[in-house]
Design a protein around this ligand. Structure first.
Ligand code: SF4
Length: 282
């Protein structure tokens, strides 16, 4: 297996230099190195420039409604928990329309890897301010600058109970690929926020902006099992650390259901269920 095993014949429609190229490569390379066959992977996409990855990735895919990638991914996981389930969304999709799903999926802890392509902008709709845009960010709909404080998405998922919280950078694809591999192997909800340059619309958080501020947590001996330390790094660090902030071992949501312990839900024969008895019982 190699990264090209997970490529369709479609060419990406992203602008040249878009961070989505690096993120897509990191996902394909991670799947190849983990030797997961295409037919055992489902990726659920949100709406946004990153969602166009649905055309390029040769795996089972579902392009969900705006903000609804996680509930669909959870449905897939419960229907067939043997599959590797990933969800890919942009920051607008994940942290505006989809915020409630992020909170509750963090709490549930299903074995899903959530990759959020965070370019701090609603880029598909020409660059309006998103929940991660900085205060003062000027766009067509905020001509005097964004007046709201930005959301801290990883701090939100951490306090909501996510068992794996990490950050990558699209222009560090090898590092991101390693994060995605750990996230896929993690038994539980893995939230990986990925800083991504939008070369066309975001002229503030550029490649240079990120490069000046980013450093790697594992080069600073960060302990990813210390939750308080993780929160400190997420809230107080003036630089932009990338890597694993926090990881804990906790039962997955689906492991609580004895009905699917031995057999996947989709493998059960519906013919053996008497619907009249079931309705009478209810
Ligand atoms: Fe990428 Fe921005 Fe172009 Fe969208 S608008 S494809 S995020 S560079």
């Amino acid at each position: 297996m190699n990264p090209n095993s997970y490529k369709t014949k479609c060419s990406p429609t992203w602008c040249p230099g878009c961070g989505n190229f690096g993120i897509e490569w990191a996902i394909r390379q991670a799947l190849a190195e983990l030797e997961i066959p295409s037919h055992e992977v489902v990726v659920v996409f949100g709406i946004g420039c990153s969602g166009n990855m649905a055309d390029n990735l040769k795996v089972y895919g579902f392009h969900a409604l705006h903000g609804r990638a996680l509930p669909v991914a959870l449905g897939v996981k419960l229907a067939n928990h043997k599959l590797k389930v990933l969800a890919v969304a942009g920051d607008g999709d994940a942290y505006a329309e989809g915020t409630n799903h992020l909170i509750h999926t963090s709490r549930y802890n299903p074995d899903i890897t959530y990759i959020v392509c965070n370019n701090h902008s609603f880029s598909l709709t020409t660059g309006q301010a998103s929940p991660t845009s900085r205060t003062g960010y000027v766009t067509k709909t905020t001509p005097w600058g964004e007046i709201k404080k930005p959301l801290n998405p990883l701090a939100l998922s951490l306090v909501s109970g996510a068992s794996f919280v990490a950050r990558g950078f699209a222009a560090e694809p090898q590092h991101l690929k390693d994060l995605i591999k750990v996230g896929i192997n993690h038994k539980g909800f893995a939230h990986i926020d990925v800083f991504q340059q939008c070369v066309t619309l975001n002229k503030v958080q550029t490649l240079e902006y990120f490069r000046e501020r980013i450093y790697k947590l594992d080069e600073k001996n960060h302990d990813p099992h210390n939750r308080d330390l993780a929160m400190d790094k997420l809230e107080k660090d003036e630089k932009l650390p990338i890597g694993i902030f926090y990881q804990e071992s906790r039962p997955t949501y689906e492991s609580n259901f004895p009905q699917i312990e031995k057999e996947v839900l989709v493998g059960k024969e519906l013919g053996k269920i008497n619907l009249d008895d079931l309705i009478a019982h209810l």
